[in-house]
Design a binder for this molecule. Structure first.
Ligand SMILES: Nc1ncnc2c1ncn2[C@@H]1O[C@H](COP(=O)(O)OP(=O)(O)OP(=O)(O)O)[C@@H](O)[C@H]1O
Ligand SMILES: [Mg+2]
Length: 442
């Protein structure tokens, strides 16, 4: 049997007694928790009582590949070298051993399906037992951690599925446990259509929660039309959140963010109109600040305050708190250091703005595999070769996913030939640029 120190009360499968938190419990060959006295008949000597609330460092850290295929079970764990104590966690024996027979312990042959069922049952038991006694957030966190403890590939899949399933059925607000949230999202969400590879990383990052209680602010920087805004929409879909965005181009003012009073048309009356940003901030959702590097300074001040303070003051004077599931994603063509030769209309972003995103900045480039899979093959091959030459020569020309997809659609509708598409893209190229990439105007 394997010893475990619990973080919370368990019920002994032998006598039904409560095994209090902090006390050593044992895992029976069937994977059930048993108390010290029920276990006494089945093992050689009674276990030493654990010091209260001591982290269980006798087990390997979760990155230890030996964890899932522990050798022969030993009555007492080997002493471990001194190391930083790990946070205490609930442990499940991934592969319980059979009791000793003829002096030799054997692995209990167990199909993966049983392991998954046992795991799901135990996680359910945790959720049920814990409901009245510990913080539900803690249950979700433990369920999430449990799902990532195993390094055995088969068990990882089972554990994640079981944890996601258990948490889905036992605790509807699965998004609060970010590990499970991401796994659950992967398990249950199917995004309609192809996704940029950055979406997988972003879904994990946006599903995580910082110590301040909310998601990190994300900045995506990349060339025009590579799929940044679309990727943000896919992240919202993956996490099951609402999606909203505002393009911060010229003409956008603070009122587009914090709201304004608009005439109702009745006897000079005005009514407050709530903008989508406020709704997402208060109720949760993925919200994109598109063209962040083109925004007016005053608009940035409003955004900065909302992202830093955890609350937002509206035009009405009301203050709304930032929802735990409000995810801010800034999209830009530059890193905020001002205009460059390619993106000459971009502003320099101040340190305060850039710092809001410092922990989660991503460069997003054109994804040629995605482009190839969704476009006219001849056009796509031409566009990829052209893009490569443009980059090699350092030309200020854009060959975007947007162009490839839109032109492919026109060709598919027989509204365009390949030459029409080329003519459109090259329409404003100088003779010098054309010569540099070896093209002639079609
Ligand atoms: N994963 C995708 N699936 C289908 N279409 C996509 C995908 N990614 C991008 N597109 C298409 O490519 C075009 C450009 O995408 P998007 O607007 O997301 O790019 P962007 O990087 O935000 O552009 P900009 O820098 O101009 O804001 C859109 O028309 C969109 O329909
Ligand atoms: Mg965009």
């Amino acid at each position: 049997m394997t010893a475990t120190v619990t973080r919370f009360d368990l019920i002994c499968a032998g006598c039904g007694a409560v095994i209090p938190a902090g006390q050593r419990a044992w895992t029976s060959p069937d994977g059930d928790p048993v108390c010290e006295s029920c276990k006494a008949g089945g093992v050689d000597k009674p276990a030493e009582p654990e010091p209260e609330h001591e982290p269980d460092t006798a087990r390997a850290p979760d990155t230890d590949p030996e964890l899932a295929r522990e050798p022969e079970p030993k009555p007492e764990p080997d002493p471990v070298p001194e190391r930083e104590p790990e946070p205490e966690r609930f442990e499940l024996d991934p592969e319980p051993a059979e009791p000793e027979r003829n002096g030799k312990a054997k692995r209990r042959p167990k199909p993966n399906g049983n392991a998954g069922a046992d795991l799901a049952a135990l996680i359910r038991q945790i959720a049920e037992t814990a409901e009245a006694q510990i913080d539900p957030d803690e249950v979700r966190r433990i369920a999430g951690e449990t799902a990532t403890q195993y390094t055995n590939a088969a068990l990882v899949g089972i554990a994640r599925a079981a944890a996601a399933e258990a948490v889905r059925t036992e605790i509807p607000a699965i998004r609060d446990a970010h590990t499970v949230r991401v796994h659950a999202a992967e398990a249950v969400r199917t995004i309609d259509g192809p996704v940029h590879p950055i979406v997988h990383t972003l879904a994990k990052v946006c599903g995580a929660r910082l110590r301040r209680g909310h998601a990190p602010n994300v900045l995506m920087v990349g060339p025009a039309g590579c799929g940044k805004t679309t990727a943000a929409a896919h992240v919202a879909e993956a996490l099951g959140l609402d999606f909203g965005f505002i393009s911060l181009s010229g003409g956008i003012s603070e009122s587009h963010l914090i709201g304004r009073y608009a005439p109702t048309g009745e006897a000079g009356r005005f009514e407050y109109t709530e903008p989508p940003f406020v709704t997402a901030y208060r109720d949760g959702g993925v919200f994109v600040f598109d063209e962040l590097d083109a925004a007016d300074e005053n608009v940035l001040i409003v955004i900065n305050a909302a992202l830093a303070n955890g609350h937002l003051r509206l035009l009405t004077g009301d203050v709304v708190a930032r929802h735990r599931d409000f995810v801010a994603i800034g999209c830009a063509n530059t890193w905020g250091h001002g205009a460059d030769r390619q993106y000459c209309g971009r502003n320099q972003l101040d340190g305060a703005t850039l710092d809001r995103y410092a922990a989660a900045r991503f460069f997003v480039d054109y994804d040629q595999t995605l482009e190839r899979s969704q476009s006219d093959p001849e056009l796509c091959a031409w566009a990829h070769a052209l893009r490569r030459k443009v980059r090699e020569a350092g030309l200020r020309r854009i060959v975007s996913t947007r162009f490839i997809f839109d032109a492919s659609d026109l060709i598919a509708c027989e509204a365009y030939t390949l030459d029409d598409a080329k003519r459109s893209l090259l329409a404003d190229w100088s003779d010098n640029d054309l010569r540099t990439v070896g093209e002639v105007r079609p």
